[in-house]
Design a protein around this ligand. Sequence first.
Ligand code: SIN
Ligand code: CO
Length: 388
Amino acid sequence: MTTALRFPAGIDSERFLRDYWQRQPLLLPDALPPPTLDPEELAGLACEPEVESRLILGNETHGWRLRHGPFDEADFAALPARDWTLLVQDVDKWLPAFARLIDAFRFLPDWRIDDVMVSYAPEGGSVGPHIDSYDVFLLQLAGEREWRISDQRLTDPPLRDDSDPRVMRAFAADRQWRLRPGDLLYLPPGVPHWGIGRGDGCMTGSIGFRAPDGDELLAAASTWLSEHPRPRAPYHDPPLAGQAHPALLNEDAFLQLRGLLERALSLSDDELRAAFARRLTEPKPGFEPVPPRPALTRTAFVERLKQTGRLYRHPAARFLYYPRADGGATLWVDGEALETSALQWPLLRLLAGQALLELAELAPWLEEDDDTRLLHALYRRGIHAFEA
Ligand code: SIN
Ligand code: CO
């Protein structure tokens, strides 16, 4: 069961996707009960070497300084009373309550979701005015933050040269709000924004999205080709006649080479779909699911599930599926494909739709071999586990 986002009156997820997503900012007051997080626990994460963390100190007058973690107690003890921010990436991968928070955003494609970053700031703490190249939902978790945004969309604004983080040289706010716990601000890419901690104990969660670019898709296609080799097509000379100079690349030879490359890159839609799906569902490096050891047999897995009563999805798992011509679907999870049948659509939607699966939801799917085989396959890959 998941908590839905509360949109402002007159807006639902369909209207949001049509009119706001990637287009314009939207404030959603009282959108979601925020997960609780003790600032000490966040600081503890920032002391771990596997966790990506940053401290940003400064203000508009003096500029901003960036330091990368891991940090230690002495670093925190030496901080001034105000004007600093601690940022911790991938909190959804470390804390189950933040993995479940993402369920509220699953009206958006799974593979577009990147991570939940959490910031902590005392009065005046900020990372400075900037733009991000990705979509982001900013959820106020605790305390208060003042958000200022500009209505201009920018791609490459001039930056301050006295600051390490990418801070805009000039920023003029067109709109301003003060967010309290549960309030949410959506910003599309390129909207200049500046969030400043107000009072003490401001904590903000940023649900960030990622988008592939052409280079990444080219890499996906070429990885696919290298793993699914086709008969090699060697170069053949075009009819050779009257070469003006031995070193000249003449137009016929160039066209021949270009045609060869185009044929080498031409993949069917099915192949491309698989190549993209594989790439887009690869787990973030460092967060790869680990198969359970020892693994349970399918029968033991079903028994254990009936006892424990729930399955937790690996926080870095990305699900993506598409229909097949035979009525079933190909489900990609963490770069690997699983085939599901036409009868398994409701199960597929359940599995791909939420981070926590309760026994009551799974019970109808524990009777048929095909269904338990699918559940067991995900468990054996480390995608689902009995503990968070
Ligand atoms: C913050 O949480 O302090 C900054 C998040 C952002 O501006 O993207
Ligand atoms: Co930002």
